[in-house]
Design a binder for this molecule. Structure first.
Ligand code: ADP
Length: 245
């Protein structure tokens, strides 16, 4: 039996009576990479907002590793092991690539443990490994302001990974990227999928085809279609509300 890392049960989020999510039942297996697509207004951002605790469910619940997330504040949910990457990169432009990663590694620790002792040695090793993973070893000492948009996106993904989440939520990581940068980000997400569970929200269907194994189509706050990329691309309702536009 596959372990489920994240599930939503009858999840509804209403804004002044309007249901942004409507009785949404969703399940993600541990170690799975799922791409979520759907037209504007389908509820994709609200879906991430309710998982991370930014928005509370009106009805239903979110279970992460079997724990009900209702009522928990955002920072506590993050500490349980859920990392979120927003669409625009949020890196410290005046710091180098390496310093950004060091800072992310140390975010939840006290100053003493980060400056002295074994923790500091381990963190340095971890930063070197992360630089390798995100393909930025050669730019470790470059200030983030001089990185390309795609490199900044990879750096921020590295900063999330530095905090050791089990589940990564990634919102439109390739918007505005060149083809080459898009491919690099795709390869990074595929590499991370070897050891993490991921939900990626995406519009760019070329990119979806590059990374997707399983796809969920959201429409009007509910699951319209779910399955392999082939299943979704051939689904008449998905073509009608999204792909055919
Ligand atoms: P998507 O990310 O798929 O484009 P959203 O989750 O942003 O969709 O929005 C789903 C629906 O919920 C939209 O109709 C949007 O206008 C509405 N909505 C989202 N957030 C709020 C809010 N804070 N207040 C009122 N309506 C909202």
């Amino acid at each position: 039996m596959t372990d489920t890392i994240l599930a939503t049960e009858h999840l509804t989020v209403s804004f002044d009576g309007f249901k942004a999510l409507n009785d949404l039942n969703f399940s993600l297996a541990a170690g799975e990479l799922r791409v979520v697509i759907g037209p504007n207004g389908a509820g994709k951002t609200t879906f991430l907002d309710v998982i991370t605790g930014k928005v509370q469910p009106t009805e239903g619940r979110v279970l992460f590793k079997g724990q009900d997330l209702r009522g928990r504040p955002e920072h506590k949910i993050a500490r349980l092991g859920i990392g979120r990457k927003f669409q625009t990169p949020r890196v410290y432009l005046q710091l180098t690539t390496r310093e950004n990663l060091d800072l992310a590694c140390n975010r939840n620790k006290g100053v003493f443990s980060t400056l002295f002792g074994q923790a500091a040695v381990e963190d340095k090793r971890r930063t070197i490994a992360l630089l390798e993973t995100i393909g930025l070893s050669a730019k470790a000492d470059m200030r983030a302001q001089f990185l390309s948009h795609g490199e900044k996106q990879r750096l921020e993904i590295g900063m999330l990974v530095a905090q050791s989440p089990d589940l990564l939520l990634v919102d439109e990581p390739v918007a505005g990227l060149t083809d080459e940068e898009t491919e690099n980000v795709g390869n990074l997400l595929l590499a991370l999928a070897e050891s993490h569970s991921l939900i990626v929200i995406e519009h760019d269907m070329e990119f979806v085809r590059q990374i997707a194994r399983q796809v969920t189509v959201l429409h009007q706050g509910s699951v319209l279609c779910e399955g392999s990329i082939e299943t979704v691309q051939n689904d008449p309702r998905t073509i009608e509300v999204y792909l055919g536009q």
